[in-house]
Design a protein around this ligand. Structure first.
Ligand code: UDX
Ligand code: UDX
Length: 481
């Protein structure tokens, strides 16, 4: 039987659900797209008339919201009504790593997915296609189907019927809209060809047919985990080589350029940095590790686990290196952190390398001034589990008062954050950090001041010319001061 989709409901208005549904609404004006979330505050922000107050920052997002919201794109807390009227339901809720119980620290916590499936089971009407958008462990579709089937009255005429599809998201934060509008591929895993076609038809409104891949449901679920594991593996690989470059006098950028021109390797995802962050990489690899162990494959589990182990080690290596270069102690020293988001062009801080590096520096007694163009002071407070000092007090005054050990403040502007600093650490590749006036900065820091470029975005000559000490990730070349 052919399915026509007129009403979509997406459960979860987060970094994935919000942008994905916005793009579907903008490409399919004849479909009503309703995005629901248990978090009422978030829904309020999605409906805010001031588009600067949307809950997430993504280039190009507010323009689409402006075009579609209130026409065929709606954000609502009314989960029941929107599930009940939907022909297709996307599950885009978060799936963090389990903190306790079986598989703690590795397996995904599926409680939100399960809760969503139960809501769908209860409120859905007629035939509903349920689409897994969240990254899930392999075989989750089976769990969802079991929950949906269990809601059916035994032996009676079935009023509801379901199909479950896997349609993993490959968008990258910071370029989500671009990735959604021009995807490398769309992957749809499932068993019922009519349900697969119903979803394919939606994407075919803007994605060429040859880019829409159909697989069985488990291949689709596993492909998502594998894609993220491969990408993360490249970063751990290049970061490990960067350390070797620092030790040997090589330059990791030159090595990356040399190997990236081999088209079997390719040039992307070879930027050495402070370690990968984001909500997906670590979680998805740990999922693979759990899965491998579960199926009695310890060698496979160890192989993938080492990608995460290297990443954790690498982040601590950077904080240790900062302490070492500042003469073995940073107690009471002012360190300016430029960038807190896990990458540029997003306000997302989940698993950001900045979190563990800042925590290490605070543990060592440093006084941090933290700047990020999009991350809020409140978010940093949550991530560091430590309240900021009042920004109304001048940072130099705070330094003079000697109340600075293991504390931080949120710097609204870069110049304020740098004043009196003993070190400046670039942790996110925001474009504004690559065009700073180092001559001016050198006059407002406390000498000897060291600049740490963990993203390789600063012009080495400019920093050195200004008289500041300089360290750059993966750079072992001798011209360094
Ligand atoms: C997504 C995916 O779903 C996750 O599996 C993937 O690995 C990363 O991307 P993301 O959109 O980034 O998650 O998560 P988040 O921004 O936290 O949004 C999830 C939303 O779901 C939240 O707003 C939360 O309030 C909502 N939610 C959660 C519900 O509406 N119902 C629930 O039962 C649980
Ligand atoms: C990733 C995947 O790219 C995307 O396909 C999937 O759907 C979700 O997970 P995301 O986490 O949003 O996307 O961002 P990504 O651009 O992959 O960056 C992840 C982390 O790796 C960031 O901390 C980034 O700074 C880091 N990174 C990336 C590097 O350190 N070096 C690189 O060369 C590339």
């Amino acid at each position: 039987m052919k399915y026509t989709i007129k009403n979509i409901c997406c459960i979860g208005a987060g970094y994935v659900g919000g942008p994905t549904m916005s793009v579907i609404a903008s490409k399919c004006p004849n479909i009503n797209v309703n995005v629901v979330d248990i978090n009422k505050e978030k829904i309020k922000s999605w409906n805010d008339l001031n588009l600067e107050n949307l809950p997430i920052y993504e280039p190009g997002l507010k323009e689409i919201i402006n075009k579609c919201r209130g026409k065929n794109l709606f954000f609502s807390s009314d989960i029941e009504t929107n599930i009940s009227s939907a022909d297709m339901i996307f599950i885009s809720v978060n799936t963090p790593t389990k903190k306790k119980g079986l598989g703690a620290g590795e397996a995904s916590d599926l409680k939100w997915v399960e809760a969503s499936a139960r809501q769908v089971a209860k409120f859905a009407s007629g035939h509903t296609i349920v689409v897994e958008k969240s990254t899930l462990p392999v075989k989750t579709a089976e769990v969802i189907m079991n929950i949906l089937e269990a809601s059916q009255p035994v032996g009676e005429f079935k009023k509801k019927s379901f199909d479950v599809l896997s349609n993993p998201e490959f968008l990258s934060e910071g370029s989500a809209i671009q990735d959604l509008e021009n995807p490398n591929r769309v992957l749809i895993g499932g068993e019922n060809i009519n349900a697969i076609l119903a979803l394919s038809n939606i994407y075919m409104k803007w994605v060429p047919k040859n880019k829409i891949l159909h697989t069985n449901i488990w291949s689709s679920e596993l492909a998502k985990l594998t894609a993220n594991a491969f990408l993360a593996q490249r970063i751990s690989s290049i970061n490990s080589i960067g350390v070797l470059c620092e030790a040997t006098g090589a330059d990791v950028r030159e090595v990356a350029r040399a190997i990236g021109t081999d088209n079997r390797i390719g040039s992307k995802f070879l930027d050495a940095g402070p370690g990968f962050g984001g909500s997906c990489f670590k979680k998805d690899i740990l999922n693979l590790v759990y899965l491998s162990k579960y199926f009695g494959l310890p060698e496979v589990a160890n192989f993938w686990e080492s990608v995460v182990t290297l990443n954790n080690w690498h982040q601590h290596r950077i904080s240790n290196l900062i302490v070492k270069k500042l003469f073995g102690t940073i107690t009471g020293k002012k360190i300016c952190i430029l960038g807190f988001a896990f990458k540029a062009n997003t306000n997302d801080t989940r698993e950001s390398a900045a979190i563990s590096i800042c925590k290490d520096l605070l543990d060592e007694g440093a006084f941090l001034s933290i700047h990020d163009p999009k991350v809020s002071s409140k978010q940093i407070e949550i991530d560091l589990n430590s309240a900021p000092l009042s920004t109304s007090t001048d940072s130099l005054e705070i330094l003079n008062l000697n109340i600075v050990e293991s504390s931080w403040y949120f710097a609204d502007n870069i110049i304020d954050s740098i004043e009196g600093a003993d070190a400046i650490v670039v942790l996110t590749e925001w474009p504004e950090y690559s065009s700073l006036d180092w001559g001016k900065i050198a006059r407002s820091v406390r000498n000897p001041c060291c600049v740490f470029d963990a993203r390789s975005i600063l012009k080495k000559e400019d920093v050195i010319k200004s008289g500041l000490n300089f360290w750059k990730i993966g750079d072992g070349s001798k011209s360094k001061k």
